[in-house]
Ligand binder design. Structure first.
Ligand code: SF4
Length: 458
């Protein structure tokens, strides 16, 4: 999957509105990519509109929904463990309903009745409109809806947003690429783009609600096309909305990244100089087996064009090691490409065979698990070293940061605050500043993942 995975579950903040009649308390826990975060916000909108109230902890809930990822077996195992744990809450709340949403729901479908015995609701990514109906069904029945819908874009529904600074806006759902390792096209269906008018209306509403940054989302976000409007034209239109300070998009697909998009990025300061451009491997043989549709040279050339037009670009990527047939020489080529491109950061994973994919059916999963693990460790070690070196070079520079709030890791006696640079790097600082303000920070320290500094006054 093209968008970066979030390792920790995110929960949606409760709606502050007082409901006239509460149908029940709902707790939503989200795993996987940003698209799942956006979908959980959508589910929160659908359920609050139906009279449910969002709560912050599973202990307060009458309904617990776990929004899931199916990209790796590990992610699915983790959800099964978590759902079993949450089922224990029934000791004190026997009426508690447990549901599984998202890609794993779509992927596993009815088999979840056996795999997750306490679960009475399973809904795939195109079935969220049906949630109030499914929840109205009997707790003793297994309520399942995993139909894929080629037209569902949820355009008319209002999400309840999690953050206050950045808002996720899905602009294209599904994927037509069918990379051989990936289950996403099977669980999220074919590509369909939202009308530009609906996207622009969302951006205007978000500005009115105080948001200053939007991230346009799609499995292959640059494949966006609706009528005559392509991705570059949409970027231009979003940037023309007054009041928006920063625009990001996740994740572009390397093979479809056109010169027009590069030109719009270079000429539009509101579009952040940050790209997450998944490469997956540095070996042409592996890229071919993955059916990625580009060669290492083509990827390299694209990065050159991007860096020529956007010299201060922050570049991140996704990498898989241990994919079918990967030799030590293939792996060395990936390490060499990482060293050559010098990504600011990378999401790195070992290959996990997924039922239903072309690789699962046709390519032997023949790299032994200990080899996969050892290669992943080497890859991570190399990336950490490079990320640290890149970040340490920034010490002494001044960066502009959009303030997001108080750092969750700081304690009450010594509060710390954080925001993000245009490149998406987290900066932690010691003095309070208003949320959503742009401040300048002199950088004093850095780790591989975080920058530290002090705000400049005046
Ligand atoms: S099929 Fe390929 S492009 Fe589509 S989501 Fe999966 S990895 Fe990304």
């Amino acid at each position: 999957m093209e968008s970066s995975e979030r390792p920790d579950p995110a929960t949606i903040q409760p709606c502050q509105e007082t409901m006239a009649a509460v149908a029940g308390n709902v707790y939503i826990e989200t795993y996987g990519c940003q698209m799942n975060v956006a979908d959980s916000e959508l589910v929160a909108g659908i359920l609050t509109a139906s009279g449910y109230r969002l709560v912050n902890t599973p202990e307060e809930a009458d309904v617990i929904l776990v929004n899931t990822c199916a990209v790796r077996q590990h992610a699915e195992n983790r959800v099964l463990g978590r759902v079993a744990q949450l089922g224990g809450l029934r000791r004190h709340r026997p009426h508690l309903r447990l549901g599984i949403l998202g890609c794993m729901a779509q992927h596993q479908g009815r088999t979840l009745q056996q795999q997750a015995p306490g679960v009475s609701l399973v809904a795939g990514p195109d079935a969220y409109r049906q949630l109030p109906r499914l929840l109205a069904g009997s707790q003793d029945e297994f309520n399942l809806d995993v139909r894929l819908d080629r037209t569902e874009c949820y355009t008319d529904l209002a999400p309840v947003r999690e953050g206050r600074t950045n808002a996720w806006i899905p602009i294209i759902r599904g994927c037509d690429r069918f990379c051989t390792f990936c289950v996403v096209p099977f669980v999220r269906g074919r590509e369909r783009s939202l009308p530009p008018g609906d996207i622009l209306r969302q951006v205007e509403d978000l500005v009115a609600a105080g948001f200053r940054e939007v991230t346009l989302l799609g499995q292959t976000v640059n494949a966006y096309r609706h009528g005559d409007t392509g991705f570059a034209a949409l970027l231009r239109q979003v940037a023309a909305v007054d009041g928006i300070l920063r625009i990001r998009f996740v994740s572009p697909y390397p093979a479809g990244f056109d010169a027009e998009t590069i030109a719009v990025m270079a000429s539009t300061p509101k579009i952040c100089r940050a790209l997450h451009l998944p490469v997956q491997s540095g070996s042409d043989t592996q890229l071919q087996r993955m059916r990625r549709g580009y060669t290492v040279d083509q990827y390299r050339h694209l990065v050159q064009q991007l860096r020529q037009a956007l010299p201060d670009l922050t570049l991140t990527t996704d990498l898989i090691t241990g994919f079918c047939g990967e030799t030590e020489a293939d792996f060395q080529q990936t390490l060499a490409l990482m060293e050559e491109i010098r990504f600011d950061a990378a999401f790195m994973f070992k290959y996990s065979a997924r039922e239903g994919t072309l690789a699962y059916r046709r390519l032997p999963d023949d790299v032994p698990e200990p080899v996969k693990t050892a290669r992943l460790e080497r890859m991570i070690e190399q990336q950490e070293r490079m990320s640290l070196a890149i970040n340490r070079k920034l010490i002494g520079q001044t960066v502009e940061v959009l303030v997001e709030g108080r750092s969750k890791r700081s304690d009450a006696t010594e509060p710390r605050y954080y925001g993000r640079t245009e490149g998406g790097k987290v900066v932690v600082f010691g003095q309070p500043a208003p949320v959503n303000s742009l401040i300048r920070i002199a950088l004093t320290d850095a780790t591989a993942h975080t920058l530290f500094g002090e705000p400049l006054t005046g």
